[in-house]
Design a protein around this ligand. Structure first.
Ligand SMILES: *[C@@H]1O[C@H](CO)[C@@H](O)[C@H](O)[C@H]1NC(C)=O
Ligand SMILES: *[C@@H]1O[C@H](CO)[C@@H](O)[C@H](O)[C@H]1NC(C)=O
Ligand SMILES: *[C@@H]1O[C@H](CO)[C@@H](O)[C@H](O)[C@H]1NC(C)=O
Ligand SMILES: *[C@@H]1O[C@H](CO)[C@@H](O)[C@H](O)[C@H]1NC(C)=O
Ligand SMILES: *[C@@H]1O[C@H](CO)[C@@H](O)[C@H](O)[C@H]1NC(C)=O
Length: 739
């Protein structure tokens, strides 16, 4: 009955404007996303018409429907986004066709050396790059803040025609003409529906990127080769994407809001981009953004043959803050590469110490001199009160345990407002080097706590202490311990899908040099790691066009490396630093050469995801509550959040290596758990390409435990396929202590 009442109220208000006040009191309108599942018609116009009818049955006139509907999803799945009152949303939710209705959310957006580090050398070109034709036939969709088409990284010089299967468009707009699409940027769309233009003046109302984030990620995944790129001499080299000849399709969903520079990133727009990308025919989608509610959009993309790669977020090193953890996507963590920017500090007593900085000098500037050095303690305003720092270098020591970026900004402001000529900052990690970009030409050197202590000791021992800071240099190679999981990289487990081990993989994401407008800049984040994975997937797809999304992901996870270049276990930056585990990096750090030839793969029929997750996606549909836990899905990992008694898990592997092959198993049981495998040897031949096996996992203790980690590896003389395992023993229902 409530339905009729509010609908009458609404139409009365259309006639009498004074009623509007009544409606507002009744509930203001906001954007909702209505999900209707698989589309019922092949003709998109019929799908949209059915959305209009459905909405009309709730909100009345055709004009109202057109004013309310923001996006109609009609290619990959059926649904729409519309401005609705809470009452209207409730009435829609009652319709039998409606699977779910959720309020729109806004979200966050979250290179030269990195590709050589991963073994994809360009000169001479690695075999994988050559055999995959540099990814030329592959189309990578970038859902981000747009692109800067004039960047040299997007030149289409020497490209063949756009693949004929491409069905996308080049949407014209502000500062975006027909020539902005090319054989490199083959498609461009933007999603500005419902934006209050006055609040988004900074942006180009087109796919052109004002912010720079999307240009950076696109050039990392598929930038063409650009020689001689560097930033004031740092990080010099050839800039290029992982698949330098892959094509790019740009979907702009992120908009700079107001003057503060925040990004407005509505779920409704991301879903519209996913829907269009399915229609357009992209092969891979790279999403360097955090958005959780669209998991059904990504699922439809995967079920349409697209590989979807997502950033895991930058909320590390705390656990349980991982984003985008749906089992059908690849969730990416960030690691550091073997490049650093050592900066030599010489104390007045001739002692030399090394920190990290982006400090540089212009050619006309004089050489570094000794300057006065003072200890500013924690460099808060209180701590600096009474200390003369004008013209001096200040030593600051991190004593807090808070968000480092904000703390850094506060310190920076205090020190430089006081007229300091430089800053030596002692921290628990130097991963935050990018924050020193704000130093604008002044020396800002990050050192670890131990070196900071030595500097403080020196200051305490002299009445007049001095220091000289040299400009930074860049070094690469074996002297730099790498890879390591970056401090900011979000850690597992997944809260939403605890029976799925996440993240899946780590890739370079610290101090990555890539395009922004016509220049090249450093950026850090899982946003930068994500297009590295998308680039690798492009090469693998070119090499193995018939592999499923699950096969590609399996190849990447099972061949990842868990050791650094010296054969030591890979570390994860944290407080304190520790040996990395699967909640830091999934299978490990990405290894493209290994992934091209994994030997065995764990494959999944994309329809199987529905079996396991129907209840989570289709909230309002009667779902089969006997659905098996997701650790029975044939994923290249196992995660059991509540082990109480023996669990038997079936997995199957498909041979994609030599036809006749014998694999043996190697087990590392997680602590407190006994793992056995049956059979322990697998034989493959021309008739037997797929083998199944059973893993039994038994708790050895009766405890309310924490997660422990292990692995299962199949190996022969040519291949090793390793999957990570996480298990938590529980007695009672699990509780959320995973410290
Ligand atoms: C992109 O389009 C704009 C507007 O038409 C034009 O001024 C610009 O030169 C174009 N850039 C390229 C690379 O074609
Ligand atoms: C050095 O050159 C830059 C521009 O190239 C100029 O802005 C700066 O003032 C010069 N500095 C000195 C000390 O001459
Ligand atoms: C600095 O110290 C002086 C005297 O010790 C005090 O009066 C003043 O309030 C302090 N200022 C700040 C910002 O703490
Ligand atoms: C910084 O040091 C000052 C005095 O040295 C102290 O009052 C203040 O609480 C410290 N701040 C933090 C955040 O530790
Ligand atoms: C629910 O799942 C069980 C086990 O997989 C299956 O036997 C049963 O047929 C399913 N029921 C429905 C209604 O799909």
């Amino acid at each position: 009955m409530a339905f009729h009442l509010s609908s009458q109220l609404f139409s009365c208000c259309l006639l009498f404007s004074f009623c509007l006040i009544l409606v507002r009191a009744h509930g203001s309108r906001r954007l909702y996303i209505v999900y209707l599942g698989e589309k019922k018609h092949d003709d998109p116009t019929l799908v949209t018409a059915s959305h209009h009818d459905m909405l009309g049955s709730i909100i009345g006139s055709k004009e109202e429907v057109l004013a309310s509907i923001t996006y109609s999803y009609k290619h990959g799945f059926s649904g729409f986004a519309a401005m609705l009152t809470e009452d209207q949303a409730e009435h829609l939710a009652e319709l039998p066709e409606v699977i779910s209705i959720t309020p729109n959310q806004k979200h966050e957006l979250m290179t030269t050396r990195s590709w050589d580090f991963l073994g994809l050398n360009y000169e001479p070109p690695s075999e994988l790059l050559q055999r995959s034709k540099y990814g030329e036939d592959i189309i990578i969709g970038i859902i981000d803040s747009g692109i800067w088409p004039e960047s040299k990284s997007f030149s289409d010089h020497g490209y063949d025609e756009v693949p004929s299967r491409w069905k996308g468009i080049c949407q014209l707009g502000q500062a975006w003409g027909p020539s902005n699409c090319s054989r490199k940027i083959i498609g461009a769309r933007y999603y500005a529906a419902g934006l209050d233009k006055a609040n988004f003046k900074k942006n180009y109302m087109s796919a052109r990127d004002h912010n720079g984030h999307g240009t950076h990620t696109a050039s990392t995944a598929a930038g063409a080769v650009v020689e001689g790129v560097n930033l004031h001499g740092l990080g010099a080299g050839v800039a290029r994407g992982g698949a330098p000849r892959a094509r790019l399709a740009v979907y702009k969903v992120g908009w700079e809001e107001g003057d503060a520079g925040g990004i407005y990133l509505p779920t409704a727009a991301v879903l519209a981009a996913l829907d269009d990308a399915i229609h357009d025919g992209v092969d891979i989608l790279s999403l360097s953004l955090v958005v959780d509610e669209d998991s059904f959009g990504a699922l439809h993309a995967v079920q349409n043959g697209i590989t979807v790669v997502y950033a895991g977020g930058n909320s590390g090193p705390r656990p349980q803050v991982l984003f985008n953890t749906a089992p059908w996507v690849i969730t990416v963590a960030a690691s550091k590469i073997d490049r650093s920017f050592p900066t030599v500090i010489t104390l007045g007593n001739k002692q030399t110490l090394v920190g990290q900085s982006f400090y540089y000098k212009l050619e006309n500037e004089t050489e570094s001199r000794f300057e006065s050095l003072v200890n500013g303690g924690n460099c808060s305003r209180e701590a600096l009160n009474g200390t003369s720092i004008n013209g001096k270098v200040v030593l600051c020591t991190e004593l807090t345990f808070g968000p480092i970026g904000k703390y850094f900004k506060d310190v920076f402001a205090g020190v430089f407002q006081g007229g300091a000529s430089g800053l030596i900052f002692a921290l628990y990690t130097t991963d935050v080097l990018l924050s020193t970009e704000d130093c604008q030409g002044k020396a800002c050197v990050l050192v670890d706590i131990e070196i900071g202590f030595q500097v403080a000791t020196y200051i305490g021992s002299e009445s007049l202490s001095t220091v000289k800071i040299e400009p930074a240099s860049s070094i690469t190679g074996n002297q730099v311990p790498a890879p390591k999981v970056a401090i900011f990289s979000s850690r597992g487990p997944s809260i939403k899908y605890p029976t799925v081990l996440k993240p899946d993989i780590a890739a370079p994401g610290v101090n990555i040099l890539a395009a922004k407008k016509d220049a090249y800049v450093f950026n850090s984040g899982t946003s930068m790691a994500t297009p590295h994975v998308a680039g690798v997937v492009a090469l693998l797809k070119a090499l193995h066009p018939h592999w499923s999304h699950a096969a590609l992901k399996s190849a990447i996870v099972t061949t990842a490396s868990t050791k650094d270049k010296h054969g030591m276990p890979m570390l994860a930056e944290a407080l304190p630093r520790k040996v990395a585990d699967p909640f830091d990096y999934g299978g490990g750090n990405i290894n493209p050469i290994g992934a091209a030839d994994p030997g065995l793969i764990y494959d999944i029929d994309p329809k199987d995801y529905n079996k396991f997750f129907a209840c989570q996606i289709k909230k309002y549909e009667i779902c089969n509550i006997t659905t098996l836990p997701a650790y029975h899905l044939n994923l290249p990992s196992i995660s059991i959040p509540d082990l109480r008694h023996t669990i038997k898990i079936r997995r199957s592997v498909t041979n994609v290596g030599e036809v006749d092959a014998v694999y043996k198993s190697f087990i590392e049981s997680p602590l407190g758990v006994k793992m056995t495998i049956e059979p322990s040897v697998l034989v493959f031949n021309a008739r037997k390409k797929v083998n199944a096996f059973k893993v039994s996992i038994t708790p050895l203790w009766e405890v309310q435990g924490d997660y422990t980690f292990g692995s299962l590896t199949w190996y022969n003389e040519h291949h090793t396929a390793r999957i990570p395992i996480a298990v938590r023993i529980t007695i009672r229902d699990f509780y959320a202590d995973v410290a």
